[in-house]
Design a protein around this ligand. Sequence first.
Ligand code: MBD
Ligand code: FE
Length: 304
Amino acid sequence: MAEYTQQQLLDLVNSSQVNPGNDRVRQITQRIVSDLFRAIDDLDIKPDEFWAGVDWLARLGASGQLGLITAGLGFDRLIDIREEEADEAAGRAAGTPRAIEGPLYIAGAPLSDGEARLDEDPAAGTVLVMEGQVRDVDGNPVAGALVDVWHANELGRYSHFDPDQADYHLRRKIKTDAQGRYRFRSFIPPGYAIPPNSPTSELFMALGRHGNRPAHIHFLVAAEGQRTLTTQVNIPGDTFLDDDFAFATRDGLVVELQPNTPAAGYESLGVNAPFTRVCFDFVVQPALDADEARPQARMDRATA
Ligand code: MBD
Ligand code: FE
């Protein structure tokens, strides 16, 4: 009465139902369970291997590092590739290339008008001012756009994920001025490496992979009627530019550094000596619906 072949068991798992449930969740779960049943059989996965995998997933979930694994196994970039394929198929004008949000965004950074300083005195590293304009796909400046920017500290760590940094350190929201301009002062950040002795590093060691990202700065750019842009810029010259563990770097997002830029005009950012300037404009696509224009991060959207 309850003796099953593998296929009978799978059919039963996938068809058992006492109320309608959610069709989409049923469809996706059925597919993933079917693929896993097949993988277990094809690869002759042993009980100890199966339970070691379950234990790893439990520890991964408890560690809060799921987003590192999705990025490191290419899923985040896959989603960007698919968005771009959809844009192309629909004939939508492209904006600045997307780059993945990553797992280290925190909503609610302090807001300022036009410009901001992200770092604190005493200044660490090489003084950087990044500036530019937010424009729509027709080339018009977007006034009042929110540029939400975040990057790692001089040790490659992000505030809120590091007990040694104040909340919102190196995280700010800047509202563009009437000409769509923004600018901020900080320092040139280093790259990032996954935490050692963690579920993530365990898998990467077993895969024979490194867990490094090249130096980068993250952005969400949000404006009324415009599609929220999630992107990153990269600092040139980094060893990992073409070998990013998160596969997130892109042509067109490696900025040009302008060292020894004179300080005149940058005093309001506390700059009094030659510094490194980066000019970068963001181009945002028109939003097709309210959801595309929502400023929230990926996880907020998924759980809202
Ligand atoms: C990061 O800093 C990051 O940007 C990504 C995508 C993944 C892990 C750490
Ligand atoms: Fe990052």
